[in-house]
Design a protein around this ligand. Sequence first.
Ligand code: NI
Length: 302
Amino acid sequence: MLRRACFAALWILPLSACSAQTPQPGAQPAVPAPTGSVQVVPATPQSAPATPSPSPAAAPAASPAPTSAPHQPKVTYSQCNVEGPYVAITFDDGPSPENTPRLLDLLKKRGLKATFFVVGQCAMEYPDIMKRMAAEGHEIANHSWSHPLLTKLGEGAVTEQLQRTHDAIQQTAGVTAKVMRPPYGGFTANQRVWAHKKWGYKTILWDVDPLDWKVRNAGHVESEILKRTVNGSIILAHDIHKSTVDAMPGTLDGLLAKGHKFVTVSELLAMDRPTPPKPKPVTVEKTPAPAAVAAPAPTPAR
Ligand code: NI
């Protein structure tokens, strides 16, 4: 029967159910580091996508055109620049019948909203959990159908991965996904722009990664999150792991104690402000004019 839950799907990618395979416990995506030859896959797919700061997004859109250029909408976020202590906590790879309901209880008890990046085939398998997420005000977002590394797939296959999940979310939870997160953080700049055009998706990465898929220890997960979260953070976690959910009471209460306020990813994006222009270095060239005139005789040399 299908019980073992969906995370089976995550480590391999059976196109069939979320059930069949046994997850290779420790070994999440040892994947991304593609074997042998190479692809343009993010170097550290599971840890923060490249740089912990406004990274990958900034690269394609921001750098080339300092001033005027046809305005490129921002399509990737690893964190937001917000005024206030807002953060978004996100849970990937579920729903999991063993762990997600317990997590939903913890969130509900505290009145907190989270964002769930669900795997489509798991969503179809656990529609009641999907309905509950939506009913309790959480955001539900697209994490592909069977959790493959999308950079390795052609457009047709990527379309299927995302469209099937988009539909599964609508069908089970009655809501429309607005954002997506690529498995392993792997999505090329072109794919991000394309997904934005096709579904309106923003690609959501993260700036806080407790490596909870790897270190199955609640204390570690809690302390990493508490140490790294700042205003505007997007926190990555996985609701398929018991240890992650075990970490949540302390993590959520710790973040609240630091004054953080929880919003969904879409709410956080709505608060994002353009990164303030770099303060111009107070140049020495501008001001000295009068003085220069006043003291024209630097003569007495050395
Ligand atoms: Ni994932």
